[in-house]
Ligand binder design. Sequence first.
Ligand code: CUA
Length: 280
Amino acid sequence: MFVVVEGILLFSVLRFRHKEGAPTPAQHHGHTTLEIAWTLAPALILVFIAVPTVRTIFEVAGTAPPGALRVEVIGHQWWWEYRYPDLGIVTANEMHVPVGKPVSIDITSMDVIHAWWTPKLGGKRDAIPSHHNKIAFTADSVGEYMGQCVEYCGASHANMRLRTFVDTDSAFQAWVADQKTTPALPAKGSSAEAGRADFQKYGCIGCHTVAGYSSGPIGPNLTHVGSRSMIAGDIMMNTEQHLRDWIANPPGMKPGSIMPNLHVSQPDLTDLIAYLQSLK
Ligand code: CUA
């Protein structure tokens, strides 16, 4: 646009500049037809764009039909909390929804402004403290959908990803049933049992909730962390090595992480990982 406009301007300035002896050019006051045309044309283009835009805005405005699955999304620096108020489930970073069923999502934040966005499932919604934004959608195909926080929210904004699993109805029901169970206690004398004690020894219980054991309100709920595919705000796959890297140095993996380096000894780290992996 710049090149075209400036090009025509430069051409006219040079081509029609004053020359010695040239007669005074004809004087025009304006051109009514042209002026009406270049006012109307953009107005019509805008109306043409506005119709589908406004229709889509209403379509995704967040009013889901009654009976929709309700999910509360809460942004934290730097991870996402998901609550299913009708199912009594609390989880983090990974949301599960059934295919073909309307979902009603309520979005807010615990600290600063974030924005929840899963491109294939609908528009962006700001997650604002003390304010609730809504989004509604019905996912029409089973799969794994990536998302990302899209409002700059501090040092690890880029490390605040999210993932939505659209499950078949039976897979979703199985997931719900699993999430509602309290994980079994680790076997006597196992590494995981020692890890469960370390979870208290290093103060993990102060920040993390594990149903039936701890009720820390700060970090992600870890009741079923062993069944998640990713950890640390969806930036690392949930493998033993990544759990090791993460716990050994959270701020190194995710700058600004509220979870500090707790200087867990190597043997304790192995036990702690065994415990976390047992939380299915
Ligand atoms: Cu949260 Cu950007």
